[in-house]
Design a protein. Structure first.
Length: 756
C-alpha cells in the first residue's frame, strides 16, 4: 500500500490563502478593552478564535490524502454464438445443421463454464446483425428456437461486446460461427475489431461450423444487378441490362428470362437468353431489348429458372418497375450554328428534364456545306414528330423535299417553331421556300445573309430588348418569380432579335419589345400551329438565377405547339429515390402537383395513403416543404408490391391522384451463398495469436476451457482512493458544526463573563 498527502488551495494560490489567514490572525489584536478580564480567560478566547481560523485555513487549503491499494478483480470470458440464417445449412456432418452442431457443442460446455471459479465470470451473447446479451446466471444458455438473423456482422458484434465491457479484464472471447460476414454496410470491419482485441491483449478463440463449399461441387445462379425503375415512351426501344453470377455450371446452359407483368398480374416472357460460361465461377452480363406497345405501369423481372442441384433459389429473381408513357411528345430540333450554341443547349436541357418529352437533335454542320443539302424526308415520315424546331440554320442546308415534308406535317396538325439567328427567317433565305407559307410572319424579299459573311445589321434589331406581353395568352402566362413579381419583369433583357416586315394578317404578336418590335408571333397553318421566336438569348435567364422561368417558358412553347395547352390539366406526382427495398429499410418520398406547364400548384392539400400487397390502406404522415410534401417510413417485413397514393385538392376542388410504386423483396444474403468461411475465422484469431488466440474445433473446446481455468489472466489491479477535507457531504457537515460550535462556545463564554 502506498499513500501521500497534498494540498489543493483555494484558487490554486497559496498566497491568497496566506493573506486571508494573516488578516484573520491580525484581527485578534483588534479587540475592545474589557475590565476584569483575566489572563486565563483572555487566552481561552484567543485559543477558540485560533481554532476557528485553523478550521477555516483547512477549508481553504483542502488537504488531500491519496492511498493506492491492490485488489483482485474477476476477469470475463465472453461466449458469442451465431444466430443468423446461414446456420440452418445442413453441412455439419451426419446431416446436422450448423445450428444443431453449435448448440450441442455449447451444451456440452455448460458444466465447465459454470465451474470456472470465482475469478472468471462467463458472459454469453447471441449475434447476427448485432450482439445481444443472454442470461447465464443458472449455468444454462437459453437458445432461440431457430436462427433467423437476416444478416451477419461479426466485426460490429465484437465491437459491441467490447464496448459493453469496457474497463474489465477479458480472459478471452470464444466466437462460434460459420465465419461468413453477410451485411450490406458493416459498422466495424472484422479485422479492425480483432486488432482492437489484440491492442487490449485479449485472445480471440474462433470455433468454425460448416464447410467451405467448393464452387466446382455446388451450383448456384443469382441475378446480381438490375436497375429498379425504367421509364420509356410507347413503342420506343428499351434496353435492360443485368448481370448473372454463375457458379458450378461450367459449359451448361443457363437460361435467363425477361418477364413483363401487367397491372392484372398477367405475365409474358419477352425474351430468353443464354448466360452459360466455360468457367467454374463467373459473372455474365446479359442485355435485353424490347419496345413496349401499350402505356401503363408494369413490373419487369429477370428470372433464371431453378437449376438442378441448386441449394438456394431465392436469388434467381430480381424485379424492377417499368413506366410506359403514352403520348410523349417527340421533337425534332435542327440546328446549324454550333453544337455548343447557348440557346439550343438551354432548350435541350429543358426537354431532357421533362419526362413527357423526347428530343431528336440534329446538328447540320455549316463547315461541311459540301454535303448540303441534307435530305431528312424519310426520317420525318418515319418518326412522326409532334413538334419541329429550326434553329440558326440556313435554308440551303435542307432539300426542298425536306422543307415540304415539314410543311406537310404542320398542315396535318403538327407544330413548328423557328428561332432567331444570323441565318434564320429572311436572313436564312426562307422567304423563297415553302416555309414562307408556314411561318406566321412576313419576310422581306431583299433579306439575305451570306454564310460566313459579316453580319448585316439592317436585318436585326439591336438590344437590349425588354420583354413585354402584348396580350393575355397561354404563352405569356408565365406566372411569378419566387418573390411574387411577374416573371417577365425579372428576366434579363434579350441581346437582340431578327427584324421582320411584320406578322401575317391572321397571326398574333404575343410578346414584343419595349419599342413594339415583335419578339414572339403565333399563327396557324392548316391544322397545325406555328411560332416565330425572333430572339435567341433566353439562355441568360438560367445564369441570372431564373432557371424555373426559363423552363416554364420553353415547356409552354412546346406544349402550345403540340396543342397540349389546357390550363386546367393537372399532374400529381410521387417521387421515390429508389423502388426496391429490403425489409426494414428506410423509405423516403416526396410528392407535389404541377400545372400542365410544369409550374407547381400553390395552396394544395394532400392526402397520402400506403397500399399494402393485400390491399390494406393506411395513412402516411408527411411534412410540408416548398410546394411539395415529404415523408419517410420503414419498409415492412412483408414482401410484395406497395403503392404510395397521393390525392391532391386545391381550395376544396379535387386536382388529381398520383401513385408511386415500390416493392419489398427478401434478398437473403444469408442463404444467397451458403458457403462457410472457416479461413476467415482463422485469419481473425491469428491477429491475436501473440496473446493466445487461435482456431479450435468443437471437440477441443473442453481443452480450451481447462487452459483458461488453469492459467487465468492477471486480475490484480491497483485501486486508488482519495480523501479531501471537507469534500464529502459528511465532512462538510462536520466542518460546519465544528466552526459553528466554536463560535457558539466563544459567544457563551463572553456572555458569561459579561463581555456582551
Amino acid at each position: 500500500m502506498m499513500s501521500y498527502w497534498y494540498l489543493q488551495p483555494l484558487g490554486e494560490s497559496y498566497l491568497l490563502v496566506g493573506i486571508l489567514v494573516f488578516v484573520l490572525v491580525a484581527l485578534l489584536a483588534i479587540r475592545p478593552q474589557f475590565q476584569g478580564l483575566t489572563t486565563k480567560r483572555h487566552w481561552a478566547l484567543t485559543g477558540i478564535r485560533l481554532g476557528i481560523i485553523f478550521l477555516l485555513a483547512l477549508t481553504l487549503l483542502r488537504p488531500t490524502w491519496v492511498r493506492t491499494v491492490k485488489e483482485t478483480q474477476a476477469s470475463l470470458l465472453v461466449l458469442l454464438f451465431d444466430t443468423s440464417r446461414s446456420m440452418t445449412v445442413p453441412d455439419a456432418g451426419d446431416g446436422r445443421s450448423r445450428w444443431d452442431a453449435q448448440k450441442q457443442a455449447i451444451k456440452r460446455l455448460e458444466p465447465q463454464l459454470a465451474g470456472l471459479g470465482d475469478n472468471i465470470e462467463v458472459v454469453a451473447y447471441q449475434f447476427d446483425q448485432e450482439a445481444k446479451r443472454v442470461d447465464f446466471s443458472d449455468g444454462h444458455i437459453p437458445f432461440p428456437s431457430q436462427p433467423d438473423g437476416r444478416f451477419t456482422d461479426i466485426g460490429s458484434s465484437l465491437a459491441t461486446v467490447m464496448q459493453q465491457n469496457i474497463g474489465k479484464k477479458i480472459a478471452g472471447v470464444l466466437l462460434l460461427s460459420d465465419g461468413a460476414q453477410r451485411v450490406y454496410s458493416p459498422q466495424v470491419e472484422m479485422q479492425q475489431a480483432a486488432r482492437d482485441l489484440a491492442r487490449l491483449e485479449t485472445p480471440l478463440h474462433t470455433i468454425p461450423f460448416g464447410k467451405s463449399i467448393d464452387p466446382t461441387q455446388s451450383r448456384d445462379i443469382s441475378v446480381d444487378t438490375l436497375a429498379d425503375h425504367y421509364t420509356v415512351f410507347v413503342k420506343n426501344e428499351l434496353t435492360v441490362k443485368t448481370s448473372i453470377r454463375v457458379q458450378g455450371m461450367a459449359n451448361l446452359p443457363v437460361p435467363v428470362q425477361l418477364i413483363l407483368e401487367d397491372a392484372k398480374g398477367q405475365k409474358t416472357i419477352i425474351e430468353t437468353k443464354d448466360a452459360s460460361t466455360s468457367n467454374v465461377q463467373e459473372t455474365v452480363d446479359v442485355s435485353f431489348q424490347f419496345a413496349p406497345q401499350t402505356s401503363g405501369q408494369y413490373k419487369l423481372s429477370v428470372v433464371v429458372p431453378a437449376q438442378e442441384g441448386e441449394l438456394v433459389t431465392k436469388n434467381n429473381t430480381l424485379s424492377a418497375y417499368l413506366n410506359v408513357l403514352d403520348g410523349g411528345l417527340k421533337i425534332l430540333y435542327l440546328e446549324g450554328r454550333t453544337v455548343d450554341r447557348p440557346e439550343q443547349m438551354g432548350i435541350r436541357r429543358v426537354v431532357a428534364s421533362s419526362a413527357d418529352m423526347e428530343l431528336d437533335f440534329r446538328w447540320i454542320d455549316r463547315r461541311r456545306r459540301d454535303a448540303w443539302p441534307i435530305d431528312l424526308t424519310e426520317d420525318i415520315q418515319k418518326e412522326k414528330y409532334d413538334v419541329y424546331i429550326i434553329g440558326d440554320l440556313d435554308s440551303t442546308a435542307l432539300t426542298a423535299g425536306t422543307l415540304e415534308a415539314i410543311a406537310k406535317e404542320v398542315e396535318d396538325g403538327k407544330g413548328m417553331l423557328m428561332l432567331g439567328g444570323f441565318n434564320s427567317f429572311g436572313a436564312g433565305g426562307y422567304q423563297t421556300t415553302i416555309l414562307q407559307n408556314v411561318l406566321p410572319i412576313e419576310m422581306s424579299r431583299f433579306d439575305r445573309q451570306d454564310l460566313g459573311a459579316e453580319i448585316r445589321t439592317d436585318m436585326h434589331v439591336a438590344g437590349p430588348l425588354e420583354i413585354v406581353a402584348s396580350r393575355n395568352h397561354f404563352l405569356s402566362s408565365l406566372g411569378t418569380d419566387t418573390d411574387g413579381s411577374p416573371a417577365l419583369s425579372v428576366v434579363p433583357s434579350l441581346k437582340g432579335a431578327n427584324k421582320i416586315v411584320g406578322p401575317k394578317p391572321r397571326a398574333m404578336v404575343v410578346l414584343e419589345s419595349q419599342n413594339d418590335d415583335p419578339l414572339l408571333v403565333a399563327g396557324e397553318y392548316g391544322l397545325g400551329r406555328t411560332l416565330a421566336f425572333l430572339a435567341d438569348s433566353t439562355w441568360q435567364w438560367r445564369f441570372a438565377g431564373k432557371e424555373a422561368i426559363h423552363k416554364r417558358f420553353w415547356r409552354q412553347i412546346i406544349l402550345w405547339l403540340a396543342k397540349k395547352d389546357g390550363l386546367e390539366t393537372r399532374d400529381v406526382w410521387v417521387q421515390l429515390g429508389q423502388r426496391r427495398f429490403v425489409p426494414g429499410a428506410p423509405i423516403r418520398f416526396s410528392a407535389g402537383a404541377n400545372s400542365q406547364s410544369g409550374e407547381p400548384l400553390r395552396n394544395v392539400t394532400f392526402e397520402t395513403t400506403l397500399i399494402s400487397p393485400d390491399g390494406t390502406r393506411s395513412p402516411l404522415r408527411t411534412l410540408p416543404g416548398e410546394n411539395v410534401i415529404e415523408g419517410s417510413f420503414d419498409a415492412a417485413e412483408v414482401t410484395g408490391d406497395y403503392t404510395i397514393e397521393v390525392t391532391a385538392s386545391q381550395d376544396g376542388t379535387p386536382v388529381g391522384t398520383g401513385q408511386g410504386r415500390f416493392f419489398v423483396f427478401d434478398q437473403d444474403l444469408e442463404l444467397a451463398d451458403p458457403s462457410a468461411r472457416p479461413s476467415q475465422l482463422a485469419a481473425l484469431s491469428a491477429i491475436t495469436q501473440e496473446f493466445g488466440g487461435r482456431t479450435w474445433t468443437p471437440e477441443e473446446l473442453p481443452q480450451l476451457l481447462d487452459q483458461i481455468k488453469n492459467s487465468p489472466p492477471e486480475t490484480e489491479i491497483e485501486v486508488q482512493t482519495k480523501w479531501t477535507w471537507p469534500e464529502s457531504t459528511r465532512d462538510s457537515w462536520i466542518n460546519l458544526i465544528l466552526i459553528v460550535g466554536l463560535l457558539g462556545w466563544e459567544w457563551y463564554l463572553r456572555k458569561r463573563w459579561s463581555m456582551v
